[in-house]
Ligand binder design. Structure first.
Ligand code: PLP
Length: 415
């Protein structure tokens, strides 16, 4: 029992400092399935409230799709609940391999290996094939899981300014003597909803003999004409060396991730990636659900088309209301409030109006860049979006920020 009053005191002071800064994260308990309409208990112990969900990664509305649920039930009946093993001992079923092949075809790569999550894919992939002779050159806004993966890898790490191709080129020149060079980016950036310039990155990588790594967690299933991802949108399908993505967002929303790409790199992951070797992979019930998701996507582009329409409608409505948005054309639509505590209060008032949307602030985004990140789904109908727009107008008016410039909001609330 080393948990002395001394240690307890240190941690309690730290926690109350977080609370006083107005950035203490409290979970809201959902009592229904995940969808556009959900039943939420918040604050803890209060009665249930029906609200519109404006902040899930359920982009295609497949998280509770009846066919996916049925497929998951079938998977449970035919392949059981758990594997009680990692892949290379006795944890590989036929359906794991089947899903890997489906993903390979969908993403236009050579091979795929599943991981328990995309976080695990990103923490395992670099260390699996790079050494201290190599270099990782990453966009400065890549996802936290990539940052952790790079920390675990002995290769040299360098960065380029967000989406700045001149800066990237200068770094490729600087590191031209390294054995393996990997340029690392998100396809769609999760906090701002902007898209990487993959066409230009492919050209640069060819010129400097570098590999291109893209995390497609916020793209797979809906970005590009047939939803293959950012590479499809940018006209470089089939040209990405390493793609990681998650099954925990648009592709069913349960869990799981993968590394997909050049055959030898995927094989190195099977041989050496630590989250692959030392952690159980996706459960059979989840694999069965994801297989059904790919079936649904191969039938039609109806869902991603509806999502695109919904996102355009939502963006236009918020702009007309006089709110400041991050520019972009993806279903991630951040409403900028700049001040962390304002973002927190705004979110709570939206909840009062029946709208569930969360405030984001440091350390998830930069200091002074606090926001409400809204995310649109194919599960939203126009009446959901209209009700949510009404709530944003009402709360925006209460805080007197409609039609205001960034500077005016900062003058009023501080950073
Ligand atoms: C969500 C996310 C991940 C993590 O995915 P999980 O499968 O939930 O671990 C990784 N990278 C990016 C860019 C993400 O947005």
């Amino acid at each position: 029992m080393g948990y002395s009053g001394h240690i307890k005191g240190i941690l309690q002071r730290e926690l109350s400092a977080i609370e006083q800064a107005g950035i203490f994260k409290k979970e809201r308990f959902i009592h229904s399935v995940q969808s556009a309409d959900i039943e939420v208990e918040f604050p803890a112990g209060s009665s249930l409230k029906r609200v519109i969900n404006m902040c899930s990664n359920n982009y295609l509305g497949l998280s509770s799709h009846p066919e996916v649920i049925e497929a998951a039930h079938r998977g449970l009946d035919h392949r059981g609940y758990g594997m009680s093993s990692v892949r290379f001992i006795c944890g590989t079923q036929d359906i794991h391999r089947e899903l890997e092949q489906k993903v390979t075809e969908f993403l236009g790569t050579e091979d795929t290996v599943l991981f328990p999550s995309c976080m695990d894919a990103n923490t395992g992939v670099f260390e699996a094939f790079m050494t201290a002779e190599d270099v990782m050159i990453s966009d400065r806004l890549v996802h936290a899981s990539i940052v952790d993966g790079m920390r675990l890898c002995p290769a040299i790490h360098d960065t380029f300014k967000h989406s700045n191709m001149e800066h990237l080129e200068s770094k490729l020149e600087l590191h031209s003597d390294k054995r393996i060079k990997v340029v690392i980016t998100d396809g769609v950036f999760s906090m701002d909803g902007d898209t990487a310039r993959l066409d230009e990155m492919v050209t640069l990588c060819e010129k400097y003999d570098a590999l291109l790594f893209v995390d497609e967690s916020h793209s797979s299933g809906f970005i590009g004409k047939t939803g293959r991802g950012t590479h499809e949108k940018c006209g470089v399908f089939g040209k990405i060396d390493i793609i990681t993505t998650t099954f925990g967002k648009a592709l069913g929303g349960a869990s799981g991730g993968c590394v997909s790409g050049r055959r030898e790199i995927v094989e190195m992951c099977r041989q050496k990636a630590r989250p692959y070797l030392f952690s159980n992979t996706m459960a059979p019930v989840v694999v069965s659900g994801v297989l059904k998701v790919f079936d649904i996507l191969s039938r039609s582009t109806e869902r991603r088309d509806k999502l695109e329409k919904n996102a355009a409608y939502w963006r236009k409505g918020l702009e007309e209301a006089g709110l400041i948005l991050q520019p972009g054309d993806t279903p991630i639509v951040p409403v900028m409030l700049f001040n962390a505590s304002l973002a927190q209060k705004f979110s709570i008032d939206l909840f009062g109006e029946g709208i569930y949307a969360i405030g984001f602030f440091f350390p998830v985004v930069a200091k002074g860049a606090a926001r409400i990140r809204t995310q649109i789904s194919a599960g939203h109908e126009t009446h959901h979006l209209d009700k949510a727009l009404e709530a944003f107008r009402k709360v925006g008016k209460k805080y007197d920020i409609l039609g205001k410039t960034k500077q005016e909001i900062i003058d009023q609330y501080g950073l």
